[in-house]
Design a protein around this ligand. Structure first.
Ligand SMILES: [Fe+2]
Length: 315
């Protein structure tokens, strides 16, 4: 197995690794070292089945089934697995889905910067996407390095953030998109609390833990926290801190959700884009689950109960 950096800062291509069989102990350790360092690993010409993808990644930790079980409440899953998520605009009959298809709509949420599962008490560690069919234009996946984002903070901001926590809420994204959750999903995923600066255990590097689901910051009013979150996300995703993956069928990308944010870019929904995702659970949980806002409205139900009380307004 060989690892070739793709950029000056992060992301690398892995050569001479066959994903059709489970990793050997040496390959496992080499992949963990590489993903600790580069955060995003690209493998090309890997025509693997969903079963091979699942078998390979299961060598790296328990696989997540929470996301797929959630999706199963909303839309028929043609893949028939609790651990493989259909990141596609393909319907249950394997046709390109209508624009209003529930799965297509849900996948549009992937267009915002996020780390898989940051809104869960038990988030993802690794995500692995395998491309089956891709459009000729658009549909790239972009990655932003949260370690570099941390390192570029000025000392004052770093000190300010190190004492803060934030609320990450999945519905915040969907509210912004205008997606109305069906009643059977209400209350399933209340917001969770995270430190805004975390240490990555593999690399020892600190990361700026932000993303689109961040909807409140401890010690700040809701608007001030959201303005700060927006500012930090903008800084973390400046173009020189972003790696763009342009998909070809047969590509596999593995990334560490503790180190990078990602987002899917727009494409013409009349064209087929078919990717399969499998992810492992991390062994670090959030600081805790927060109260569910009383209504899925942008303002009602806030502020959530966070550890630090909002500071009083000074007039
Ligand atoms: Fe994602």
């Amino acid at each position: 197995m060989r690892v070739v950096p793709l950029g000056e800062r992060f992301a690398a291509e892995v050569l001479d690794l066959d994903l059709t069989r489970p990793p050997t102990a040496a390959e496992h350790d080499a992949v963990v070292d590489a993903v600790d360092r580069y955060a995003v690993l690209v493998l090309r010409d890997q025509r693997i089945s969903a079963e091979q993808q699942t078998a390979w990644l299961s060598g790296f930790g328990p696989l997540d089934s929470e996301v797929q079980r959630y999706f199963n409440r909303l839309a028929a899953n043609r893949l028939g697995s609790d651990v493989v998520t259909d990141i596609s605009n393909v319907d249950a009959r394997s046709d390109v889905a209508a624009r209003l298809d529930r799965q297509t709509i849900m996948n549009i949420g992937n267009a915002f910067w996020h780390s898989d599962g940051s809104h869960y008490h038990h988030p993802f560690r690794y995500s692995m996407l395998a491309a089956v069919a891709v459009p000729a234009l658009g549909g790239e996946t972009e990655f932003a390095d949260l370690r570099a984002a941390h390192d570029r903070l000025d000392a004052r901001t770093r000190g300010f953030l190190s004492a803060r926590t934030g609320a990450f809420w999945s519905a915040y994204n969907r509210i912004r998109l205008g997606i109305i959750d069906p009643p059977q999903t209400h209350g399933l995923y209340p917001p969770v609390e995270w430190p805004l600066i975390r240490r990555h255990p593999g690399s020892g590097r600190d990361v700026l833990w932000v993303g689109q689901p961040l909807c409140q910051v401890s010690g700040l009013s809701v608007p001030e926290g959201r303005a700060l979150a927006s500012d930090l996300l903008e800084q973390a995703t400046e173009r020189e801190n972003v790696h763009v993956h342009r998909w070809a069928a047969g590509d596999v990308v593995l990334w560490d959700n503790r180190s990078v944010l990602h987002r899917g870019r727009r494409f013409d929904l009349a064209h087929r884009r078919e990717l399969r995702r499998v992810g492992t659970k991390d062994d670090v949980a959030s600081l805790g689950v927060l109260d569910m806002p009383s209504r899925t409205d942008l303002n009602d139900g806030f502020p959530l109960r966070l550890r630090g009380a909002p500071e009083p307004l000074r007039t």
